[in-house]
Write a protein that binds this ligand. Structure first.
Ligand SMILES: O=C(CO)COP(=O)(O)O
Length: 246
């Protein structure tokens, strides 16, 4: 079995002091057997965290990037700039960016292409709203998001994050996750053929120390994208421990 991957998305949290303390606590508490681990601090903390992680088993990720390599894009950060800092993963199309910044599938797709060209592994997020699930439109939504957001020859990671499960403490049930993973796998195979069979799919949305082991044992769940619980060293280390055992 391939190793699971645990990704911590710190979102817009953390001063230098917080980041330093969190990374030190994580490095001090890592178990002997490890899954792949990625932490994604805010842009402002990347250089500091990169230095701290130097030659550790934890990889560095960012939370977004621009689709162009450079140019007149005030306030933006290019994939090449991230790679230059030692970043190897980038979260793209998170629902908070889709909702707060009006980011569309097409843009996410462009960013995934640019990130891959710069040598980064994109983690492309998709997920339905509560209304879409309640009205039975969740699979249609996810299908369209996959078609629109993933480039041809996609080799990155897909993250399924139901919007209603993000930051609510109400993770999707094991049945909901299992059924959705099955659907996503079929869609990936439809879109990418043989290659779609091995693309990794993460679950995200209220993953915590308590529910991690059962979520990570669901068929086709290759790991977790963790928000709130990744800001707490003890909780994040428990999730890492659950992934090592999965
Ligand atoms: O959005 C998420 C990770 O990208 C999930 O956040 P929570 O784990 O806080 O629900």
């Amino acid at each position: 079995m391939t190793r699971q991957i645990i990704v911590g998305n710190w979102k817009m949290n953390g001063t230098s002091r917080d980041s330093q303390a969190l990374v030190e606590a994580l490095l001090a508490g890592l178990p002997a057997t490890l899954p792949d681990i990625v932490i994604c601090p805010p842009f402002t903390q990347l250089a500091l965290v990169a230095e701290k992680l130097n030659s550790s088993p934890i990889a560095l990720g960012a939370q977004d990037c621009h689709q162009n390599a450079s140019g007149a894009h005030t306030g933006d950060i290019s994939p090449a700039m991230l790679a230059d800092l030692g970043v190897s993963y980038v979260i793209l199309g998170h629902s908070e960016r889709r909702q707060e910044h009006g980011e569309l599938d097409d843009t996410v797709r462009g960013k995934a292409i640019a990130a891959t060209q710069a040598g980064l592994t994109p983690i492309v997020c998709i997920g339905e709203t509560e209304e879409q699930r309640e009205s039975g439109q969740h699979f249609d939504t996810l299908g369209w998001q996959i078609k629109g957001s993933l480039p041809d020859n996609f080799t990155g990671i897909l993250a399924y994050e139901p919007i209603w499960a993000i930051g609510t403490g109400r993770a999707a049930t094991e049945e909901e996750i299992a059924e959705t993973m099955h659907f996503l796998r079929e869609e990936l195979v439809r879109q990418f053929g043989e290659a779609g069979k091995t693309l990794r799919i993460l679950y995200g949305g209220s993953v915590n120390a308590k529910n991690a082991a059962s979520i990570l044992s669901i068929a086709d769940v290759a790991g977790a994208l963790v928000g709130g619980a990744s800001l707490n060293a003890e909780a994040f280390l428990s999730i890492i421990g659950a992934a090592s055992a999965a």
